[in-house]
Design a protein around this ligand. Sequence first.
Ligand SMILES: C[S@@+](CC[C@H](N)C(=O)[O-])C[C@H]1O[C@@H](n2cnc3c(N)ncnc32)[C@H](O)[C@@H]1O
Length: 263
Amino acid sequence: MRGDGPLDQPHTSRIYDYFLGGKDNYEIDRRAAQEILTVWPTIRTAARVNRQFMHRSTRFLAEAGIRQFLDIGTGIPTEPNLHRIAQEIAPDSRVVYVDNDPLVLAHARALMMGGEQGATTYLHGDVTEPLDILGAPELAEIIDLGEPVGLSMIALLHFVEDDVDRILSTFLDALAPGSYLVICTITADFAPEQVEAAQDVYRVRKLPAQVRTRAEVTGWFAGLDLVDPGVVPPHRWRLGAGDEMPAAFDAKVSCYCGVARKP
Ligand SMILES: C[S@@+](CC[C@H](N)C(=O)[O-])C[C@H]1O[C@@H](n2cnc3c(N)ncnc32)[C@H](O)[C@@H]1O
């Protein structure tokens, strides 16, 4: 867990908040964000498209009958948050949010406003410690691991440099058949120069960053049933009305996403 104060280093959560047009960011975050914008001028589009993918994949899971959600790498609250989307379809949906950033913890109350029938909670935790998350008492209050869970890691795993296979298999081993894994992560497959330069902006500031190829992302879903259309850029995943897909979007967005069901 990062123990540094809010102002001595940029935070990935606040940089992302800045890209989304939020107000929960500081000068140090905006400077890093501006540097990223210089090398990857369309990253705001990428952030918006990623968020739209979160909306669609959450609706998809709720429509598939999922009522328990474990969302890791939640970020600073941005309306509509995941529980709002799930509870629009299934008001009894229960959501556990997890992030390792103290800033997100400070904003957690805004995430814990589950509807009358549903419930939400926030857990301060690190995705690299799956057993701590799975064994947390706060999780057990909301989620029954004997029933299917929608596990989402959206715009998270590019901040995890290694061990993703171990992390995913530990989570998936603990989840019931019928659970889903949802991932969206950054790739350099379409625009290597801009994305690798952005990766360097994070690394220079000692923030972990790791882009992935399509083969690597596909490998993360091994043993699961990938939902159509498979591993694709998020603006190509089951588009809905109002979703964006301008020309040359693959390079602008530079992400892959996928949704898969545990058999
Ligand atoms: C780009 S934001 C994504 C927010 C949201 N999931 C979305 O897609 O809109 C990434 C979030 O992951 C969190 N994060 C980064 N590394 C993490 C880790 N090792 N464990 C838990 N959360 C982490 C950051 O603090 C940040 O809030």
